[in-house]
Write a protein that binds this ligand. Sequence first.
Ligand SMILES: [Ca+2]
Ligand SMILES: [Ca+2]
Length: 336
Amino acid sequence: MMLYQKSADSTEQIMKMDMEYEKRTTFRKDRCSRQTGIVLILGVCMIVFMTMTFVIFLHQQRKFSMLESWMNSQSSNLTSVKPDLQNTVQQQDVKSLMNSLNFTVSALTSTLNDAVKKQEQKQTETERSLDSLKSSVQSDQQNKQRDLESLKSSLRDLKSSVSDLTSSVASISSKQQTSEERVMNTLKELITKMSAKTADVPVANCKSGWILYKSSCFLFSSNELNWSEARDYCKAQEALLLKIQEDDEEWAFLNKNTIPQSYWVGLTDQTTGQWRWADETPYIMNKERWNPGQPDDWTEHGMGEEGEDCGQIVYTGKLNDNHCSVKMRFICRVQF
Ligand SMILES: [Ca+2]
Ligand SMILES: [Ca+2]
């Protein structure tokens, strides 16, 4: 029994092993068939790819040749178009030049027109001035002709007058000769009379130190005396303590010889209160000759109760009354 069981187990195992073997062989067969299919598919794909590549290559080559031919045609066109372009560029340059030339010509034309207008204006002005000149010249000529005619007539008159005069002179000349002789004789007589008279007239001759002015001799003393002493001194010299005349030239002469010194003159109002000259003739007051505010008969001099009673020319060249006891220079005068 035991043996039987053992043999039954081994057949089962064998059967199991056969089944596994069958399974393995079917798996291997499936695997092989799958690989073959894949290889086939890959081969077909390769063929298709190669075919497509070839077709694309052919297509591209055709396009390339077409492009090349198009390029050639375009380049030929370009070569043909290039001179045209150059021509168009040149034309544009020429046009711009023409435009600028036209502009310049128009500007020149306007300038020329302006110049022509100005010239025309100047010409018209010149013509006008010429016309005015012509008219003025004509009027001048007419005036001159008129003047000439009047001059001619005057000349004729003059000629007739001259002829009259020559005849008159001829008649007078004979008379004149006798009258000239008469005049000469009268002149001789006059000269002899004048010489006789001038011999009688004393010649102005001032003493030494005295000054001759007009018809007088003046002494401007260098010593100093009071007014009475000065008056007496002049008398002793056969002169007069100065009596001033109303003569501006003489006043200027006195100022010239006195300024800036002070001199007694022959004026006094002592005892009477009325101003008079040393020769007792009255003095007519002329305030212009006196210092401002003088004569003032001033009493504050401290030389006595009396005021100022004697006249002097002071350093200003004007008159003043001073106290008669004052010693100062003085002026004597001898009048011819
Ligand atoms: Ca007085
Ligand atoms: Ca006085």
